[in-house]
Design a protein around this ligand. Sequence first.
Ligand code: AMP
Length: 471
Amino acid sequence: MTKFTDLNLDPKVLQAIADAGYESPTPIQQGAIPPALEGRDVLGIAQTGTGKTASFTLPMITLLSKGRARARMPRSLVLAPTRELAAQVAENFDTYTKHLKLTKALLIGGVSFKEQDALIDRGVDVLIATPGRLLDHFERGKLLLTGVQIMVVDEADRMLDMGFIPDIERIFSLTPFTRQTLFFSATMAPEIERITNTFLSGPARVEVARQATASETIEQGVVMFKGSRRDREGSEKRQVLRDLIDREGEDCRNAIIFCNRKTDVDVTAKSLKKYGFDAAPIHGDLEQSQRTKTLEGFRDGSLRFLVASDVAARGLDIPNVSHVFNFDVPSHAEDYVHRIGRTGRAGRSGKAIMICVPRDEKNLADIESLIEKTIPRIDLPNAPAAKPEGDAPEKADKPKRTRSRGKPKTDTAEAEAAETPTRDDVPTEVPAPQQKARGGRRGREDESKVVGMGDHMPSFIALSFAERRTG
Ligand code: AMP
């Protein structure tokens, strides 16, 4: 078995790895670190949870430990698609450079330019940035990229989804031709292939198996649900979600609830809160400070339910999530794999429950063909659809009458609920069992603390490794 000490890393980096409690390198680390240390370009096909961040940060730090930073000319650059991911990479750098004197700056939106300028002016070894913010700094004339010796592109497929590829191409062209490039993507879409063919030279290609095959520790289920009426579907679906959460009881220590649209993220979080669930939303339109606060709360256990969009949650390393609820069936089958991969990490058990309405059945079929298994159907006796015909919740009608008085009619029940929750979203009293479930949470959390590897055990354990495999 390969050991970290076999990998030629700087002794101080090895010390930091030992402090972090890592025993051996993950497959992506075994594959990417040696060529990266030789100065070669690396094309890593891996997703979050595989240890990929350390697979580029560890060799970078080792290489950078030998030189010095110059004012305004960072020696290395890491590009990440979202602020949270960039911040996560920065945290990794802090962990692994703790015995070295390397400087870093994090350039993300929502933070003042002044603070960031001051750091760059002093000179940094590592610049970690989202593409847009980096170009803003560049255009303000505060930054030179001609000193970049190592450039990392992380989560390239997400960059593609978010429309960042032109920015990435521009940034590549601003860095020296002689730079070393470490490029990571979970999938190899044709556009990504084109970029790597253009900007990487003779890369070592390292691929770890897709997580689609690695979710054995996650118990999956899907509830087939049909609203009593289209305009009631949203609120009835939220009722289904609450029932599902209740049914999990104390086993549901915490959960990420995924919605396909940002508006639904807000509506669902608001509705859950109204019912006494400890929930908060996270998506790209929220203030950075609020996103950071919400994530911190979820990580430290003070927030139980994180309602999220794919972009906001993709790639986030949040260990120890007991449940994932897919409020909507994702429209890209691969997103399902990413979403449920937030639970069941590091061999722990996890549960992923999805709600499927009739129009999403095609997407459900795509998911099942991707993961090559049928997701077990779960009955939900309390679901409105399971009630006899004509027994549609009468109260759903009433609040609309009251609420719409003196107000213009909104398009959908969701839009209405975003401003003023429908009456079935506003409980007169919070059901007792929920309170109990929440009350029991702290104790369980303590029990679930992992000894030795901390809370950082990733899901790569179940992944297999294929070096230089194509496709
Ligand atoms: P990533 O795929 O970079 O998001 O990493 C997932 C998690 O794995 C992070 O929490 C890391 O701290 C952790 N990790 C990375 N490398 C190792 C390793 N060799 N052994 C144990 N944990 C690791």
